[in-house]
Design a binder for this molecule. Structure first.
Ligand SMILES: C[S@@+](CC[C@H](N)C(=O)[O-])C[C@H]1O[C@@H](n2cnc3c(N)ncnc32)[C@H](O)[C@@H]1O
Length: 269
């Protein structure tokens, strides 16, 4: 008789780094009562500011997907920027995912998981979409939404995106939308995203970008600091990805946001 397929959360556990990898993860971490793998064992990392405090609260996750993200996203992307449906289409396109391709994909700082679910639908049952986030309240919503949608190939992990505890080259594609500007050390986050991506795999990021004229930059950085949000310089991410060995970089702007994508270079044959 064939063995029953492993539950998605156990498939995600198999990707957790062991001591032979750069970042050591706890492959024996417990599955929380909410159904996600908790690599932080209840620990709450230091807050990076008010914006992140809201993500850890009970209130914002409840209204996040329907109201908060679409409204603030529209403000940030401007009237001509993509809708939420447009962003979901973009993530598929930027990661070059094909329906049913069976890829293993990672959604970094997944929040309530709207992109994780989209990725799971595209890659199909043989594929796996893993969402990682630090917020218990976001993850509680994310697991409930995925259950309600009947998706069996979605797994959630509670962990720190700046220390992504998955093995080298575990994923065919990685995305990180609306979150890099909240990290205390975004460049460390990029290092880890690069490491967990297989050579030739694609990364897609949506985050902040500096669009104000020089005269208004101090207002912009004061607002950013008050909320604990970083505003990236126009070339900063592009250069950071190139320096980490990403190639075929593409870049689109929408309001005060940027969509950046690239491919992890593969060693020459
Ligand atoms: C604005 S939400 C974005 C959610 C989703 N990616 C989206 O586009 O709607 C930002 C998320 O980043 C998470 N986050 C911030 N810093 C993190 C970190 N260091 N590790 C893991 N998650 C983090 C927050 O908990 C929050 O759920």
């Amino acid at each position: 008789m064939l063995d029953p397929p492993l539950p998605a959360v156990e498939r995600a556990r198999e990707l957790v780094a062991t001591s032979s990898d750069d970042a050591e993860g706890d492959a024996a971490a417990p599955v929380s009562p909410g159904g996600y793998l908790d690599l932080l064992a209840g620990r709450i990392p230091d807050s990076t500011g008010r914006a992140q405090d809201l993500m850890l609260s009970g209130v914002v996750p409840r209204i996040y997907e329907r109201w908060w993200r679409p409204a603030l996203g529209r403000l940030a992307k401007g009237p001509l920027g993509p809708s939420m449906e447009g962003e979901r289409r973009l993530v598929r396109e930027l990661l070059r995912l094909e329906p049913g391709d069976g890829a293993t994909v990672l959604d970094v700082a997944c929040g309530t998981g709207s992109f994780t679910r989209e990725l799971a639908r595209v890659v199909g049952p043989a594929g796996l979409a893993v969402g990682i986030d630090v917020s218990k309240t976001m993850l509680a919503r994310a697991t409930a939404f995925a259950d309600r949608a009947g998706l069996r190939n979605v797994a959630y992990v509670r962990g720190d995106a700046e220390a992504l505890a998955f093995g080298e080259g575990s994923f065919d594609a990685v995305c990180c939308f609306a979150a890099l500007h909240l990290f205390s050390d975004p460049m460390r986050g990029l290092d880890r995203m690069h490491a967990v991506l297989r050579p030739g795999g694609r990364l897609a990021i949506m985050t902040s970008v500096r669009r104000f004229p020089r005269s208004l930059r101090s207002v912009e950085s004061t607002l950013g600091k008050l909320g604990g949000m970083r505003v990236f310089g126009t070339q900063e991410l592009h250069d950071a990805l190139r320096a980490r060995g990403f190639e075929a970089l593409e870049w689109q702007l929408a309001g005060v946001t940027q969509f950046v994508t690239g491919r992890r270079s593969a060693p020459a044959e």
